[in-house]
Write a protein that binds this ligand. Structure first.
Ligand code: V0V
Ligand code: CO
Length: 161
C-alpha cells in the first residue's frame, strides 16, 4: 500500500480526527513513575483506573495549565502476566513509549475508514477505555512503529469539552 493510495482514499483527512488525546507510557512500577511525573515534573494526577479488559492499571496526568482535552500522559502498568503490556515490557527489557492516542468523534467510522485504507485495526468493535471512552487500535507495523489508539469520549465524560 503506497502513501499516495492512502491519501487519495482519505481525501488527505480522516473525518472526525480531533487531535492527540494522550501518550501512553508503559512502566513496570507505577508508583515510581508517578513520583517522577507528579513530584519532579509537576504534572497533576487526574484519574486512576484499573481496566480489566485491557489488563492494565492506569493513571492519567496533565500539566495544571493544559487545556482540559488532550495533552495527557497515560502511565500504564500490567495487571497480570497475561497482559499484552507485560509482553511489551519483557520484550523491551523495561518501560517505554507504548502508544499515541488520537481523539476521534466516532471510533466506529474512523476504524472502518482506516480498515478500508488497508491498515490493521485490531478490534472488530470498540472496547472500553479510560473514563468510559470507546477505544480501538491500529497495529504499530502499519503506523511507522508506534501503536496508535483511537479514542472516542462519551458525552458524560467531563474531559470531553
Ligand atoms: C508490539 N510491538 C510494538 C508494540 N507492541 N511496537 C510498537 N509499539 C507497541 N506498543 C511490536 C513488537 O516489537 C514486535 O516487533 C511486533 O510488534 C509483534 O510483537 P508481539 O510482542 O508479538 O506483540 P503482539 O503482536 O502480540 O501484540 C502487539 C499488539 C498488542 C499491538 C497487537 O500490543 C495489542 O493488542 N495492543 C492493543 C491493546 C493494548 O495495547 N492495550 C494497552 C493500552 P518485531 O520485534 O517483530 O519487529 S490500554 C489503553 O491505552 C487504554 C485502556 C486507554 O487509553 O483507555
Ligand atoms: Co491509551
Amino acid at each position: 500500500m503506497s502513501m499516495s493510495r492512502m491519501s487519495s482514499d482519505l481525501g488527505n483527512v480522516l473525518p472526525g480526527l480531533l487531535g492527540i488525546d494522550h501518550v501512553g507510557v508503559a512502566v513496570a512500577d507505577l508508583e515510581t513513575a508517578i513520583s517522577f511525573y507528579r513530584d519532579v515534573l509537576g504534572l497533576q494526577v487526574l484519574h486512576r483506573e484499573d481496566n480489566l479488559d485491557q489488563q492494565v492499571t492506569e493513571v492519567m496526568l496533565a500539566s495544571r495549565d493544559a487545556a482540559p482535552v488532550g495533552n495527557q500522559l497515560q502511565l500504564i502498568m500490567p495487571l497480570t502476566d497475561n497482559s499484552v503490556l507485560q509482553r511489551f515490557l519483557v520484550r523491551r527489557g523495561g518501560g517505554g513509549l507504548h502508544h499515541v492516542a488520537y481523539a476521534v468523534s466516532d471510533v466506529r467510522s474512523a476504524s472502518k475508514i482506516l480498515r478500508q485504507c488497508g491498515v490493521r485495526v485490531l478490534y472488530d468493535a470498540p472496547r472500553a477505555g479510560t473514563r468510559g471512552s470507546q477505544i480501538n487500535f491500529v497495529h504499530p507495523k502499519d503506523t511507522g512503529g508506534v501503536l496508535l489508539e483511537l479514542v472516542e469520549h462519551t458525552a458524560a465524560d467531563p474531559h470531553n469539552g
